[in-house]
Design a protein around this ligand. Structure first.
Ligand SMILES: Cc1ncc(C[n+]2csc(CCOP(=O)(O)OP(=O)(O)O)c2C)c(N)n1
Length: 472
């Protein structure tokens, strides 16, 4: 909102205080009712109030309303680091052996937290008392899903060595999720962009139908679809979203990985893809949860009493945010914060390193957890989570946030060392050139935690059964 449009700040303050008082004493619902009544009254009195389907460019869930993250943050971070490493190593190794073989490092690197919070806390496998969730994995994030299955002991090192070489007897891993090529593993084919969105909506619709007809009780089952922000430009991606809202598919959750980049450039350099998608989904009747800023921003936002930080966040476009990510803390201070003296003061005590560490929401497990917890509870509408991330997260100068990152398949020794050091992977300098896979001891706390979490959630995923699931 343009704060300069305020022609009587005292009057504004009185209205805000009145609203604060209603919020404090009577709650959000009453405040919402009063605001809707006021807007209705203004419109009936002939005032033209332009409609905006957007909310402010901040997280939908305020810190005070976040569900508490129940996991072991440090443990999950280490497990995720091993998965990140092996996913990267799989692509790098394949390209050492067969130049130009393909594969993607950067997409999973951006989505790792989105997937890992799901695997550790939400994705149910089919079993006793639960029919199992249906998960559409973003196709070119497949290396990360294979890397997790490797730690879980479901895929061998031999199989990882044959990534993208599925013609290699039984040991090849298909480039993308593909139930025909890997019939016991992948549930759904997803890589042709736009397929996941449509198929997920139809699956959720069919589950509801089975429930409503009392053919199968599937109330506990969720359909998750992990999609790219570039992918949302495919006509199929948005083509059936109004059906999902009309049918009240509250068993459906879209997670859009908004890393702001596509194959060879920005998704919306001069605009904001998250705001654009928010308006489209809200307009269609979905519950929208934005996960834009990580916890390091919380203290700054709490101090932003005049809304100047929010104003600056609204002004900057995705192209600017990409620049801040690539060019670092000092550049961000100069071009983002120094635009207004109030913001310059706000970060005066922070080093450039601290500024660079101000994280995006999709890389913060507690923010992602809070969004998922709210989504699985939400009733009467499908939910879309718009999570802001960094493409190539952790790749450093080899590609983090850069336009070339989607196609980056080769990392030199220096880049491998940087990756290793950033994620604390115990691999020596003498071995690093080969990008060896890493698996901790079966008895290590990390491996015990990983297995325990999946046991609690009914077993391993993805997995595809040929026979029908037991009725729950
Ligand atoms: C219909 C279709 N067209 C083109 C492609 C090739 N392709 C694979 S990934 C990709 C870019 C995806 O960008 P985005 O959805 O933003 O995901 P990100 O990798 O950035 O997470 C493209 C164009 C495809 N898989 N499907």
């Amino acid at each position: 909102m343009d704060t300069k449009a305020d022609i009587d700040s005292q009057e504004t303050q009185e209205w805000i205080e009145a609203l604060d008082s209603v919020l404090e004493h009577e709650g959000v619902e009453r405040a919402h009712y009063l605001l809707e009544r006021l807007i209705d009254k203004a419109r009936r009195s002939g005032a033209y109030l332009p409609y905006s389907a957007n909310t402010a460019y901040i997280n939908t869930i305020p810190p005070s309303a976040e569900a508490h993250f129940p996991g072991d943050r440090a443990m999950e971070r280490r497990i995720k680091a091993f998965i990140r490493w092996n996913a990267m190593a799989m692509v790098v190794k394949a390209n050492k052996k067969y130049n130009g073989l393909g594969g993607h490092i950067a997409s999973f690197a951006s989505a790792a937290t989105l997937f890992e919070v799901g695997f550790n806390h939400f994705f149910h496998a089919p079993g006793e008392g639960h029919g199992g969730d249906l998960i559409f994995f973003q196709g070119h994030s497949a290396p990360g899903i294979y890397a997790r299955a490797f730690l879980e002991g479901r895929l061998s090192e031999e199989q990882l060595h044959h990534f993208r070489r599925e013609a290699h007897g039984d040991s090849g891993l298909s480039s993308y999720p593909h139930p025909r090529l890997m019939p016991d593993f992948w549930q759904f084919p997803t890589v042709s962009m736009g397929l996941s969105s449509l198929m997920a909506i139809y699956q959720a619709r069919f589950l509801k139908y089975l429930c409503n007809r009392e053919i199968l009780c599937a109330h506990e089952r969720k359909v998750w679809a992990f999609l790219g922000d570039g992918e949302m430009d495919e006509p199929e991606s948005l083509g059936a979203i109004s059906l999902a809202a009309r049918e009240k598919l509250d068993n459906l959750i879209f997670v859009v990985n908004c890393n702001l980049q596509r194959l060879d450039g920005p998704v919306r350099g001069n605009g904001k893809i998250i705001q654009e998608l928010e308006a489209v989904f809200r307009g269609a009747g979905w519950n929208v949860i934005k996960v834009i800023w990580g916890s390091y921003w919380d203290p700054l936002l709490a101090r932003d009493k005049d809304g100047i930080l929010l104003q600056r966040m609204e002004e900057a476009v995705d192209g600017d945010y990409q620049n801040y990510q690539v060019k670092g803390g000092s550049y961000t201070r100069e071009h983002f914060f120094n635009k207004y003296p109030e913001l310059q003061d706000m970060v005066a005590n922070m080093s450039d390193e601290d500024i660079w560490r101000l994280n995006r929401g999709g890389h913060d497990p507690s923010k992602v957890y809070a969004a998922y917890a709210a989504a699985v509870k939400h009733q009467g509408q499908p939910t879309v989570i718009l999570a802001k991330t960094v493409k190539g997260y952790g790749m450093g100068i080899a590609g983090e946030g850069q336009n070339i990152t989607h196609q980056q398949k080769k990392l030199g020794e220096e880049a491998l060392k940087t990756f290793r050091d950033r994620f604390n992977i115990p691999i020596s300098d003498s071995d690093i050139g080969e990008a060896p896979f890493y698996k901790p001891d079966q008895d290590s706390p990390e491996m015990r935690y990983l297995h325990e979490r999946r046991k609690t959630l009914g077993g391993y995923l993805p997995t595809r059964k040929h026979a029908g699931y037991p009725r729950s």
